[in-house]
Design a protein around this ligand. Structure first.
Ligand code: XUL
Length: 569
């Protein structure tokens, strides 16, 4: 069935990220018709942030952002749309993305302020006193290791917490952050009537009331039962007293948070019927923005992630029906399908680490790097490399390089071979080793999460997704076709798509699969995926399977030997 969006309607998606507030506007054909951006550091210099954040100079890992800066960014961004003559009256629905895990503390009595905003004044002028702390802890904060261990202990250990909530306790997750505030600033905690995530905070501004936390972003808190999608009593109790009351209800991502507040109708001429669809996290919305919607689909970001530009992170997203949380990685509800889950693996060593090898071995040239890839054969003659410029998350290993060679390597039987460590490789195999190493690791970790092997298809994004030699390696190692997409900002685009999707679900009075909204539309827009590399050879894929197992044996060994350090991302 083809679900049509009203011809004249527009859908607005925001992305309140670490360094900027962005927005993308789609028309009813899902074509991008406008976009705007407010860069915090340069356009709101009076907050004196660096890259949108304050880093505690004492080196305790505390990293926060001024909450009011996000409010003022919204004033500014809407002002930019006024200047560019966006017709607010055509917007049928709005949604947004928030940097995940960040939290906002609304002071007692603020609901009243929020519900009676004066359209003659800016939001900033009216909300300066609405927060019990002016500083929101954000995802880059790593000051809560003690709280993480306390919470894990209270619910039966790291694995038990992961099984229940989709992730073990991480320093940046909201539960440990709330606990730290409760322990170190009890007066702030007690003076707080509502705790929002960045996503539900921005939605609250738009509806003039407290918006629910959506089930998808809610799973980045270490507080939600991912299967039942309710707050987990034991985790709430392990975090801070009376927390459930301060968090409010959860809501599915496609639900309506509320109608746009009269403030925006009067000040910007939004129509009264404009819906605010639940905001969600930037990563879930990126998944939506990549139009990843079928179980078995996998997306690989091959560049500085556009949700995390402050330092590099490579990510793998997948969709699965059965959540199988582990000690590494994260399982979240899927923002566009309440019957499915999203798997997220986060790597700290991606394109910058590849660049390092290029600079060392390929005269700083991608052409030479690619030539070395072409000159070497798949499986690299049994040479396996582990390259960590930064402390890695998946697997948890400190910075360093490890190189191994499988003895008597022939193409047919890998399983029986023994690996021995070497100090270096020649330049061409070193180049292949980093590419194959990163991809084999992504494949292995995705499979451990229950992702099918081979995946149905891979969508590759980010800088290196234009590199054909890398795409060829992906197609061979993962054994499936590789598609590429061009996305200026997948998180705000995903939010705009979710605004349209939420509008449709509300219209139909039930959940509508997002694929119905895409029917016959994506091909006509810049959102369609392009087949860039057909699936690799089946026999080669199965040899890579054996090589991957070998690699994982070595990786497990390395993790036992060097792992166990602090994992803070
Ligand atoms: C995900 C994470 C980051 C932030 C960036 O867990 O911490 O990707 O969402 O905004």
């Amino acid at each position: 069935m083809d679900y049509t969006l009203p011809e004249d309607s527009l859908f607005l998606g925001f992305d309140c990220s670490t360094q900027s507030l962005k927005a993308t506007v789609l028309d009813a054909n899902l074509s991008i018709i406008a976009s705007e951006l407010v860069h915090y550091e340069s356009e709101l210099p009076h907050y004196k942030t660096k890259d949108g954040v304050y880093r505690d100079p004492s080196g305790n890992g505390r990293i926060v952002s001024p909450t009011l800066m996000w409010v003022e960014a919204l004033d500014l961004l809407l002002g930019k749309f006024v200047k560019s003559k966006l017709d607010f009256g055509r917007i049928s629905a709005v949604s947004g993305s928030g940097q995940q895990h960040g939290s906002v503390y609304w002071k007692k009595g603020s609901l009243l302020t929020l519900a009676s905003l004066n359209p003659e004044k800016t939001l900033r002028e009216q909300l300066g006193d609405a927060f019990s702390t002016k500083e929101s802890p954000i995802w880059m904060d790593s000051s809560t290791t003690t709280q993480c261990r306390e919470i894990e202990r209270s619910v039966g250990g790291a694995f038990a917490l992961s099984q229940l909530t989709g992730s073990r306790a991480y320093e940046r997750f909201t539960g440990p952050q709330i606990r730290r505030i409760f322990e170190t600033q009890p007066e702030v905690y007690h003076d707080t009537e509502r705790i929002s995530l960045v996503s539900s905070f921005m939605a609250s501004l738009l509806i003039g009331g407290y918006a629910s936390i959506d089930e998808t972003d809610g799973s980045g808190m270490n507080l939600m039962d991912i299967r039942q999608r309710i707050w987990l009593k034991g985790a709430l109790e392990a975090t801070a007293p009376g927390l459930g009351d301060k968090l409010g209800e959860l809501a599915p991502a496609h639900a309506v948070a509320g109608l746009i507040a009269p403030y925006f109708v009067e000040r910007f001429n939004f129509k009264k019927s404009c819906l605010v669809i639940q905001w969600s996290g930037d990563n879930p919305n990126s998944l939506a923005g990549l139009t990843l919607n079928t179980p078995g689909d996998l997306a690989i970001s091959l560049g500085t992630s556009d949700t995390s530009t402050t330092f590099e992170i490579a990510q793998v997203f997948g969709i699965t029906r059965e959540p199988q949380p582990r000690l590494e990685g994260h399982v979240l509800p899927n923002p566009v399908d309440p019957n499915c889950y999203m798997v997220m693996l986060v790597y700290k060593n991606g394109s910058l680490t590849r660049e390092d090898v290029r600079n060392r071995c390929a005269e700083q040239s991608w052409d030479i790097f690619n030539k070395f890839m072409e000159e070497t054969s798949p499986l690299n003659g049994g040479k396996l490399g582990f390259y960590y410029k930064e402390h890695e998350i998946s697997p948890p290993l400190p910075a360093g390089c490890h190189r191994f060679v499988l003895g008597n390597f022939t193409d047919d039987s890998i399983d029986e071979l023994k690996a021995h460590e070497v100090q270096e490789f020649d330049a061409p195999p070193e180049v292949r080793a980093i590419i194959e190493g990163q991809l084999l690791s992504m494949r292995a970790h995705a499979e451990r999460f229950g992702m099918p092997s081979p995946p149905k298809r891979i969508i590759a994004t980010g800088g290196a997704s234009t590199n054909k030699t890398i795409l060829k390696a992906i197609a061979s190692i993962f054994g499936c076709a590789v598609y590429t997409v061009q996305r200026p900002d997948s998180a705000s685009l995903g939010a705009a798509l979710r605004a349209a999707h939420g509008w449709l679900c509300n219209m139909e009075g039930c959940f509508v699969p997002i694929s119905c909204m895409y029917e016959n539309k994506l091909q006509k827009t810049s959102l369609s995926c392009k087949l860039s590399m057909p699936a690799g050879d089946a026999q080669l894929f199965s040899r890579y399977t054996s090589l991957m197992r070998k690699r994982m044996e070595i990786e497990d060994h390395l993790t036992q030997k060097f792992g166990g350090g602090k994992i803070v991302i």
